[in-house]
Design a protein around this ligand. Sequence first.
Ligand code: GDR
Length: 323
Amino acid sequence: MNKSALITGVTGQDGAYLAKLLLEKGYRVHGLVARRSSDVRWRLRELGIESELIYLDGDMADACSIQRAVLKARPDELYNLAAQSFVAASWDQPITTGIVDGLGVTHLLEAIRQVSPDTRFYQASTSEMFGLIQAERQDETTPFYPRSPYGVAKLYGHWITVNYRESFGLHASSGILFNHESPLRGIEFVTRKVTDAVARIKLGKQRELRLGNIDAKRDWGFAGDYVEAMWLMLQQDKPDDYVVATGVTTTVRDMCRIAFSHVGLDYREHVVIDPAYFRPAEVDVLLGNPGKAERVLGWSPKTSLESLIHMMVDADLARVAKE
Ligand code: GDR
């Protein structure tokens, strides 16, 4: 009998890549989808897997719908990738962010505890939990000091996962993932905003690109590599928490330079600094140490930032040219 998986947030970037990986491994893949009017399945279509998933209606804010989905899917593995994941928006919607990204995790853990205690659980934790805490390289022992309602909500999700593991013996693991990008990244995030603009400027459809704090430093990896680490965590005998990162940090400015120069442009001629994109509180530097994931999971990142950004610019050039 094939293994069964349930992915919340299956229509997001990571959900789409993870669904593809699990289908390739022979899993029956269920995806939790909230009812929305707009087309949310475009990523699954781009990966050619839209018709291969089993869709279950459910909303992270609604415990009943979560329990029903867990009962229906009876998953061997449940991956919680659902979130209000845009940091900047979390100041505009702090309550929704808290309910979905924080309490929503408890809805899932309770459903597992009550109706499916053998289900293994993955929680999408984040480097945003480190926030203000700078370390030479942030790892599983680095303290947390989140800097946004998003980071605060995710910290609750992280600790409730640890707590249910310790309280009830659930096989529950957290991946503390640093920024991870791809051609399927939402346009609101800075890498994709830049690569889309590079394509539009190159093709004469846009002139300038307005950005906020381009001195922020991020440890950026490829989402396709990172979903493998999620799967590996749930294959271990013991649940645990792991940092997933590249161990290299780059400024937004240098990421722009890489993207623009890929098509022979100079970012300084197009990027305009706009205070509207500055955040009420910023995380200045993120740099992770993936040593534990390398040692225990045998995982390491395969894609450099240069090849990631080139992949994204090329995909956006093709997409914009077709518009
Ligand atoms: P982040 O990603 O907040 O790190 O969270 P994002 O790409 O939004 O920002 C990265 C950095 O770029 C700066 N920046 C801008 N950001 C955006 N979005 N738009 C701009 O115009 C802009 N100009 C400068 C930001 O200030 C920031 O410093 C991502 C999300 O995927 C989270 O869900 C996830 O948990 C973390 O990564 C790890």
